[in-house]
Design a protein around this ligand. Sequence first.
Ligand code: ACK
Length: 390
Amino acid sequence: MHAILFPPVLLKPCLVRPPLWGAEYCYFHTHSILGIKTYIDPDTYEDPSLAVHEFAKEIDPSRIRIERVIGAGEFGEVCSGRLKTPGKRDIPVAIKTLKGGYVDRQRKDFLREASIMGQFDHPNIIRLEGVVTKSRPVMIVVEYMENGSLDSFLRKHDGHFTVIQLVGMLRGIASGMKYLSDMGYVHRDLAARNILVNSNLMCKVSDFGLSRVLEDDPEAAYTTSGGKIPIRWTAPEAIAYRKFSSASDAWSYGIVMWEVMSYGERPYWEMSNQDVILSIEEGYRLPAPMGCPAALHQLMLHCWQKERNHRPKFTDIVSFLDKLIRNPSSLHTVVEDVLVMPDSPGEVPEYPLFVSVIDWLDSIKMGQYKNNFMAAGFTTLDVVSRMSIE
Ligand code: ACK
């Protein structure tokens, strides 16, 4: 079933908080239409510091214990540490700091990420604990993800996971992306390097901040239209005329699937950005990584349809992956076992997203023949695809 989607809310948030949480205030500030929460672009606030306090809690720095530096971001160091809450156990956190000597613009860009993250509440989206803005250094405190970013994690553990574990990771990312697209938020830089992994192998989407995200990303290159775009992860219409949407996020999701199934291989290997753009235009698509179940490569190809309205919605992706997980035999057919010969080179076959014979029969209104198919031994789609006239 498709979720009912609404366009992003265009209401400009009130800039003055009324003294009471009155009905009128609620109407404009729950940021929801008919119960569906929508995302508010912090840039619609004249004063971005109002946005950050609307969506993020101010943390007293005495509650934060910084333990070690774990990386470097564009704005300053990323550290790990603990966050104390009175009456509760300390929790591990990651702390992003804004290095001294910044200008107002940098502070605004740095805190924009917190204003965005603070609007989300989902197990597959990195959780914002709060911000420190009233003392120096300015900090953003988020949940700690023990295994760091997904791309380097997979490269470090090449070949170590079962297909079901990998599909579980992909399911988590798709679920986070479904939540974001339902909120009307377009990520624009979905890639394995922007997914974090915790100690339970749970994957969470991170790196929010619209244009700032792309400024930060070493993969982002300038295009002829002047924008900075991570070419290998980006849908053709977003590269050509900056048409970013949840459908372009679905394209990027297909690339993330490929990165996961290849344990962090670089999409299109050492091809140049220009060659990637030209090859995609000619109809070339990434082949299945070694040992990749055919059903997963089919889903990738769906995500890479040229026509963006033909790509699956995140809700379709989540339910397709759920069916694969509930039906592990559907993952046994690997691409090397299937001879896929499109009529003309470069043509992307139109694969339907079916997992079981029953699914397929239902979709063509032939569900009443389920028993006949089962009794005749046509129990999997693989067997059905080899059905002959005799
Ligand atoms: O691949 P990594 O170990 O994971 O190196 C980068 C580094 O900080 C710079 O971004 C790591 N990192 C970022 N956010 C978190 C987080 N919430 N938990 C743990 N590590 C993080 C990232």
